[in-house]
Design a protein around this ligand. Structure first.
Ligand SMILES: [Zn+2]
Length: 432
């Protein structure tokens, strides 16, 4: 489960991808109504797209396209579709992803080699603490991947700390697959119920959905809290339904490893031009070997750095740094480019802050302004200055701080009908 291509010189990886790209373009030309239209309207002769650089000749695909022309992206007849997956669309209605038998096999392979990057092997037993149904891709992908790896899996699903601990006691798994904040919940439950979690069989966790590392690879407040309590190895993995591919950290924790046989990744600036190495760009992907709903130059909305020097694990593949934030949420503040997660990480780390939300608006001169609404056990000018100092130390700039009652913030963060607490309020002119 360590594909050879991951250890080849970058020039070999590039030509390998270019060959795969040619195959993918022919498949799209023959089977995708959306891309047939796109090629025709833009006079694109796919036989002229030979290198990865040539990709810039093709317009990008965005989330609105997926929403508005969902059916036209599907490349196979209904009788070839095995599994139906949905993701949230940009306009409310979910977007369907159709998976063929071949796609499920590809997904299994992807997760198996991704677990292998995270030191997984057939001796492992994973406790799956994410949802496997509800039309999600992730849980199913993990199950298929663990099976392909030859490891064991216990499908407990999310939540239910009591059942999680019961499963750990009964089956002695050595690894979790989970959102990292849930590990803190498990620790809390163990402490309250006299479970000696440190002596349990668990040694590592593959973590999804929440960042373990800051863009400079230092641990986030969340992962530091876990590690202070429980010394298990944490591996971060980044994936999405659209990509059908995971970028998973090895034990050296310096970015998620790229699988060149499964996906092409570009990093684009605001004008959809490739950024230079060492610049952050929007992750833009072209899937390889996907049958049901392949994507060409799809803009994910996530902004990342990328790294190309060889990793200490021996792999020569590109690595994707932690997600800085969503492209739409980018804030230009006093000459600095910021994303909300960097602000959250500072606020999560300050004692006496109970809750908060970040508000951004356009000021009189047309630039971004940040106000952090803070619910706090401590309200004083000294504390306000301390908070600002934390921001200056980490980001070189300090936003405005506004103390508010804790329950007012709680209400603002959880308006009726919203499932996930709102931490970011975008009131800028050019945003919805
Ligand atoms: Zn590595």
């Amino acid at each position: 489960m360590r594909p050879n291509i991951e250890f080849q010189p970058p020039s070999d990886i590039k030509s390998f991808q270019e060959q795969k790209l040619a195959e993918q373009l022919i498949f799209l030309y023959e089977n995708s109504r959306f891309y047939q239209d796109l090629f025709r309207k833009n006079n694109i002769d796919i036989s002229k797209i030979k290198t990865l650089e040539d990709l810039t000749l093709i317009p990008v695909t965005n989330k609105d396209d997926l929403q508005q022309r969902n059916e036209d992206f599907i490349c196979v007849p209904k009788n070839k579709i095995i599994d139906y997956i949905t993701t949230s669309g940009t306009l409310g209605d979910p977007v369907t992803f159709a998976m063929t038998d071949h796609d499920l096999e590809r997904l299994a392979y992807n997760e198996a080699i991704s677990f292998a990057v995270a030191d997984g092997n057939a001796e492992d037993t994973y406790q799956l603490m994410t949802t496997i149904d509800r039309r999600f891709m992730a849980g199913l992908a993990y199950f298929l991947g663990v099976r392909k790896l030859g490891a064991g899996i216990i499908r407990v699903g999310n939540g239910m700390p009591e059942l999680q601990w019961d499963s750990i006691r009964r089956f002695k798994p050595n690894a979790f697959i989970t959102v990292p904040s849930f590990i803190l919940k498990l620790i809390e439950y163990a402490e309250a119920n006299g479970i000696d979690y440190k002596s349990s069989s668990i040694r590592k966790a593959v973590c999804i959905g929440e960042p373990l590392r800051n863009p400079d690879f230092s641990l986030t407040t969340l992962s530091r809290r876990i590690r202070e309590k429980w010394d298990i190895q944490l591996y971060s993995t980044y994936a999405s339904t659209e990509m059908g591919t995971a970028f998973t950290e090895c034990r050296f924790g310096c970015g998620g490893h790229h699988h060149p046989e499964l996906i092409i990744v570009e990093f684009l600036d605001e004008n959809d031009r490739p950024v230079n190495d060492h610049e952050a760009g929007e992750v833009t992907i072209t899937t390889l070997g996907v049958e049901g709903m392949p994507l060409l130059r799809f803009k994910t909305g996530d902004v990342c750095y990328h790294y190309t020097e060889p990793c200490s694990c021996g792999r020569t593949t590109m690595r994707l740094g932690p997600v800085l934030g969503r492209k739409q949420q980018m804030i230009k503040y006093k000459g600095t480019t910021l994303y909300p997660p960097a602000l959250y990480d500072i606020l999560d780390n300050i004692e006496n802050i109970v809750n908060y939300y970040v508000e951004v608006y356009t000021n009189a001169i047309g630039t971004d302004e940040i106000v952090i609404h803070v619910g706090s056990r401590l309200v004083s000018e000294t504390f306000e200055k301390q908070i600002k100092d934390h921001f200056r130390a980490k980001l070189r700039v300090a936003p405005q701080i506004l103390f508010e009652p804790v329950d007012y913030i709680e209400k603002t963060m959880n308006p009726a009908g919203v499932r996930k607490a709102v931490r970011f309020l975008d009131k800028r002119n050019h945003h919805k």
